[in-house]
Design a protein around this ligand. Structure first.
Ligand SMILES: NC(=O)c1ccc[n+]([C@@H]2O[C@H](COP(=O)([O-])OP(=O)(O)OC[C@H]3O[C@@H](n4cnc5c(N)ncnc54)[C@H](O)[C@@H]3O)[C@@H](O)[C@H]2O)c1
Ligand SMILES: N[C@H](CO)Cc1c[nH]c[nH+]1
Ligand SMILES: [Zn+2]
Length: 854
């Protein structure tokens, strides 16, 4: 039964102590006045407003349905709304059980049979209010203020729950000007025991019974006043639990049963346990997960050196490895006993990690409950199987396809972390890229590479049929290419030509034409000159989207550098053909061949060569996890004698925005990379953003995303993407440098001023009118860039990526005289007399050494 008063918090301006005292009622009503309070309120929900059912008053609020759903999904129990807002909420899939309806006239409640919680007007006569509550299943609340016609006591006596401002309530016993919540609670109880006591069940927060005791009116008042376990001993009077043994109790909530004659104290037990026999409960110890949690907490505080649990607490790598090991064993377990055994192991290691990080079973259960109550919006789209696929868009990967069959309707919003209140670990965790399970991927990639190496073309054709669904007779097209292969519109040709032109200009400017010459000492001239890498293999992705722009970004600098053989590889379409746009670029950059294959098999074919595919010296270009893993493999295999450009994996962008940024621009930039793939990541760093400014960006992300054909990919990418709130530009740049993004967009005032602070990034986009898409296609910079944080040490593709640099020296007798003695001394120290002699012989013949020189 509900506590006979619902405390009302009319603003977020309250102390933890005030909340803690009134939380004994188990439920409160809190008013959200404006949108700007939502960020703070959500923090409070996580940190302070625990163990209690939180209802929010939105009667005069204008917050959006999406925000209401977000709050309900983050721990709010119910929302109090006006009748005119009801239909919008119900249409948005909010269950009626999460709604408290405020109605003006008591008899109106009949019009809403699906709603079971109402707030009625306290201006109505008590008789009418009682009629409204005649159906016992309904929760009826009445707001009490100065103008109320009914008294609090009369409401409680009629099983109606008054809503009373927290300022008017007290948990103390001697504040006559306030309403005592113990008096209200006591007045709602009854007992038929001759001693006038109330039978009281004591439980922990998991509903485990700890014991059976008795309460008196006085002990209840004391329990509420002190918020501890205070009972009535039939022999010794008032009993402050733990006063002598130390096994005290924090009183979390007070409940009563359905006929109000039996109480339940929900407590947090300290010390040796509830029972005088020093066990958890009078019915013995509580085992299972609770026991394990308790043991782990004790070990964390006091683990003996050398114990296994101590090792787990101190060696994070070991703990993580064990969790993974046990998770794998659980997935492999077959029969019931084995599954239970492995699950127990997994729980042990998982709970160890939780306890180590201060996470309790209660926190886990709260999350489970939240997930169970999660509301998803219905967007009114047809089920995917009834949607006609758009022509010319490639199908998604198998993993994506299976997930696309789920109907996901929640708001597309990035997780928000305020760096001022978050821990360093939380911020770091939010900047983790989606995990690439290298070992698992290598298990798939190694056999592919082996098979292409050993079986050549036949393996390549087989793998292309398997992964790309294309049955081919030959895996290669050789230049000159038939113009029918690139029969595209003039408009498209012009667009590609503009991009090629700009990329060419920028990369030509990077080309080091002249030999670099430096005379380090008179007569010692050192030089450096560039030569193209002769045979290059360019990988053009074609899995979730065909990327002719990547063919431009790789082909043009290869051409500028003067590479002799440009081989381009890209997965073929299902009918075995190559995308005509890619073929057009291949023709424009003078490629000698197109390999009709993708993934690890294309990389292996170009690295080792096959009967028809020429071996190359360097493989360049971005790709998915299989492509990247294969590139990493072949560059380490000396028998392949093949290098790579860099690890260029799933696209990523980090946008820094401030209050002056246009929310639509910011959202569009985030989404332009989120749509690349489910493993892409986008990060927003907001500098001193107000709640309204943040919301404007979030709304723009959601609304623009819904209009994108690849919304399902975006939705999954946004799930592991984060917004970080910081106070200064310097903090923003510092975080960005730590993340080392592939693309960095500065959508901030005086953006140019901050470029000096950029230490790590693949490519920087400065100011509101430099969206990343420009660099992806047409401005002239290269879009093949280091991801995964590799921009700390790698550059993006540039002209030099297709060249190697050779040094030379030309030394005169004068030069030899200037440095010869230094060389001989160093060679002597290294014990390399041959080196020394090569100088000595020359200097002797030139008469530069004294006769007895040794
Ligand atoms: N960093 C950069 O500069 C940059 C530039 C452009 C694109 N990208 C990224 O490149 C990636 C392109 O990936 P994509 O998947 O669209 O195309 P992709 O061409 O890289 O991969 C497609 C190939 O993967 C192989 N494959 C698919 N499933 C497989 C499986 N289960 N086992 C073995 N092989 C399998 C198939 O052979 C298929 O041909 C995206 O992540 C995109 O973000 C990065
Ligand atoms: N943004 C990608 C590099 O991470 C490149 C690209 C190609 N097409 C569109 N975008
Ligand atoms: Zn892109």
């Amino acid at each position: 039964m509900p506590f006979p008063v619902l405390p009302y918090f009319s603003s977020l301006d309250f102390s933890n102590e005030e909340f803690s005292k009134l939380s004994v009622t188990g439920s409160i009503l809190l008013k959200i006045n404006q949108e700007s309070e939502i960020v703070t309120f959500k923090q409070l929900l996580k940190q302070v407003l625990k163990n209690v059912s939180i209802n929010i008053d939105l009667i005069n609020s204008t917050i959006s349905v999406d925000q209401i759903i977000d709050l309900l999904n983050n721990g709010v129990a119910k929302v109090l709304i006006r009748t005119d807002a009801l239909s919008t909420l119900v249409e948005s899939n909010i269950p009626s059980s999460r709604i408290i309806l405020n109605i003006d006239k008591t008899d109106e409640h009949n019009q809403f049979p699906e709603i079971s919680s109402f707030v009625l007007s306290s201006n109505e006569p008590l008789g009418d209010l009682k009629v409204a509550s005649a159906n016992g299943a309904r929760e009826i609340y009445v707001i009490i203020d100065e103008s109320s016609h009914v008294t609090v006591n009369s409401l409680v006596a009629s099983n109606l729950t008054p809503i009373i401002n927290k300022e008017k309530l007290t948990t103390e016993r001697d504040e006559p000007e306030k309403i005592s919540i113990s008096d209200l609670f006591i007045s709602s109880l009854r007992t038929d025991r001759p001693d006038g006591l109330y039978t009281t069940l004591v439980t922990d927060n998991h509903n485990h019974s700890l014991g059976l005791v008795y309460s008196s009116k006085e002990s209840i008042s004391e329990a509420i006043r002190t918020k501890t376990g205070v009972y009535q001993s039939r022999r010794h009077g008032l009993w402050y639990k733990g006063a002598t043994s130390g096994a005290t109790q924090e009183l979390l909530r007070l409940d009563k049963d359905c006929d109000s004659d039996c109480l339940k104290f929900v407590v947090k037990q300290a010390g040796v346990g509830f029972c005088h026999l020093e066990q958890d409960s009078c019915f013995g110890d509580i085992n299972g997960l609770n026991r394990l949690e308790k043991t782990l907490q004790e070990r964390l505080a006091n683990a003996p050196e050398g114990s296994y649990t101590k090792r787990l607490f101190t060696d994070e790598d070991l703990l993580i490895a064990k969790i993974k090991e046990e998770a794998e064993e659980l997935t492999e377990a077959q029969d019931k006993d084995e599954i239970a055994w492995e699950a127990a192991d997994l729980f042990y290691f998982a709970l160890t990690r939780c306890v180590k990080n201060g996470v309790s079973l209660e926190d886990i259960e709260r999350n489970l409950d939240l997930k169970g109550l999660k509301i998803t919006r219905r967007k009114g789209d047809a089920k995917p199987k009834f949607i006609t696929p758009k022509s010319d868009t490639k199908s998604t990967t198998p993993q994506e396809e299976s997930k696309d069959n789920e109907i996901v309707d929640e708001k597309i919003v990035m997780n928000v972390i305020d760096t001022a209140s978050a821990s360093i670990e939380e911020v770091q965790a939010s900047l983790q890229r989606p995990v690439q399970k290298t070992a698992d991927i290598m298990k798939l990639v190694n056999p592919i590479i082996d098979s292409v190496r050993s079986k050549g073309d036949s393996a390549l054709l087989e793998l292309t049929a398997k992964f790309d669904g294309a049955k081919l007779d030959s895996p290669i097209l050789r230049a000159p290419f038939d113009p029918k292969l690139y029969d595209i519109s003039q408009e498209l040709k012009d667009a590609i030509d503009i991009s090629i032109d700009n990329v060419h200009k920028f990369h030509k400017a990077q080309y080091q034409e002249d030999t670099l010459k430096v005379e380090t000492k008179p007569g010692v001239v050192c030089s450096r000159f560039a030569r193209p890498i002769e045979n290059v293999g360019l990988y053009v992705p074609g899995g979730t989207a065909v990327l002719p722009s990547t063919a431009i970004m790789l082909g043009v600098p290869a051409q500028v550098a003067g590479c002799k053989n440009i081989v381009l590889a890209s997965p073929p379409r299902k009918d075995g053909s190559i995308s005509p746009e890619v073929a057009y670029v291949a023709h424009k950059v003078g490629a000698s061949a197109i390999v009709l294959a993708g993934g690890a098999q294309a990389v292996a074919a170009m690295a080792y060569g096959t009967e028809s595919i020429p071996k190359v010296d360097k493989i360049l270009g971005p790709g998915n996890q299989f492509v990247t893993a294969a590139k990493m493999y072949i560059q380490n295999d000396t028998s392949a004698l093949c290098s790579i450009d860099m690890p260029a994996g799933p696209s990523e962008v980090l946008v820094i925005a401030d209050g002056k940024s246009d929310p639509d621009f910011v959202a569009s930039d985030l989404l332009s990379q989120a749509e690349h793939g489910i493993d892409s990541q986008v990060i927003l760093i907001g500098v001193d953003l107000s709640a309204t400014e943040l919301k404007a960006i979030e709304d723009a992300v959601h609304n623009q995303a819904l209009a994108l054909p690849r919304v399902d990919i975006v939705r999954k990418c946004i799930k592991h993407s984060t917004t970080l709130l910081v106070k200064t530009y310097e903090e923003a740049l510092d975080l960005s440098n730590k993340y080392a993004p592939e693309h960095l967009i500065l959508q901030i005032e005086n953006a140019g001023k901050y470029v000096d602070l950029v230490d790590n990034a693949g490519s920087v986009f400065v100011g509101a009118y430099s969206p990343e898409s420009l660099g992806d296609y047409s401005s002239g910079t290269n879009h093949t860039l280091p991801t995964y944080g590799y921009s700390r040490m790698y550059s993006g593709v540039n002209t030099a990526t297709f060249q190697k640099f050779i040094t030379s020296q030309d030394v005169t007798p004068e030069g030899l005289e200037n440095i010869g003695r230094a060389v001989m001394s160093l060679a002597k120290v290294e014990g390399l007399d041959g080196h020394r002699n090569a100088v000595k012989i020359r200097m002797e013949k030139l008469g530069l050494l004294e006769k007895n020189f040794v």
